[in-house]
Design a protein around this ligand. Structure first.
Ligand code: UGY
Ligand code: MN
Length: 260
């Protein structure tokens, strides 16, 4: 049967298709394909840039192996830019230029926009960190503030009522913060309850385990050390495979803002 739209609103047939606009953007960067990048200011550090605006992300993620003496003396961040660091393995000294904190594996620090972050490997052995920066979206009457903690000291909650999926919130949920960092952990065999589609972006670094990850309705194998960028509205879900460790990842998620 024919279909006609003569701009009078009159249609004389059945609709045979529904429009789809595909603008989904995601990336899976397996650990064995990562390369080293030179980032000025980082000394004795092997830096890998992960998601960046070139990929469509509103943030930049890095994996950094800090060798003995590894540091960034000029400070990380900029005016209007917030920063976050998570210690994957080792010991890290982090400072806002006034006060320094000693972090161990699982430790993290958030510094609000405009406060430079100084990092220094705090041991002879290599320290591995996951580093993040993003332009802060201010909200009148509210502010973010420095946060220092260790994920091992936090109590996770059951994710959407599933006892084999646990969620940690690393940062406060108050609306001065325009993003949060979380850890999500799936016991082998556990999965998301449904394929999520949402406006927020994620940069996720896999801390342990193995799984299958659904990105825009394609399932792909992932494992410890891999990195996933999920742009806004990318359909996404995971299930954990294997018998040993949980599939666990640390990830960022923007929040608390009305899109402009
Ligand atoms: O918080 C989240 O949106 C999370 N459940 N997304 C994800 O794991 N891909
Ligand atoms: Mn999500």
């Amino acid at each position: 049967m024919g279909y006609k739209n003569n701009n009078t609103g009159y249609r004389d047939g059945l609709l045979e298709s529904r429009a789809v606009i595909k603008r989904h953007n995601y990336a899976l960067l397996p650990h064995d394909g990562l390369v080293k990048n030179v980032v000025p200011g980082f000394e004795n550090c092997e830096v890998t840039i992960l998601a960046s605006p070139k990929l469509g992300a509103n943030f930049v993620d890095y994996i950094i192996s800090m060798q003995a003496g590894g540091k960034n003396e000029k400070g990380f961040g900029a005016e209007g830019v917030e920063t976050f660091v998570y210690v994957l393995d080792g010991k890290l000294k982090v400072s806002d230029g006034m006060e320094s904190h000693e972090l161990e594996t699982g430790g993290y620090a958030y510094l609000p926009a405009g406060v430079l972050m100084y990092l220094e490997n705090n041991q002879e052995a290599t320290t591995e960190i996951f580093l993040y920066k993003k332009r802060y979206e201010p909200l009148e009457g509210h502010e973010a503030h420095k946060v220092v903690g260790n994920s091992n000291d936090l109590i996770p909650s059951e994710y959407e009522g599933m006892e084999d999926v646990l969620l940690w919130d690393l940062l406060p949920t108050d609306i001065g913060f325009d993003m949060n960092f979380h850890i999500l952990s799936f016991e082998p065999g556990a999965s998301h309850g449904y394929i999520e589609t949402h406006v927020q972006e994620h940069g996720a670094y896999i801390l342990s385990g193995q799984g299958m990850y659904n990105l825009d309705n394609d399932w792909m194998p992932v494992e410890k050390g891999d990195y996933i960028f999920m742009g806004a509205y990318v359909p996404q879900a995971a299930y954990a495979v294997g018998r040993g460790e949980p599939l666990r990842y640390v990830y960022s998620k923007d929040c608390n803002r009305d899109p402009k």
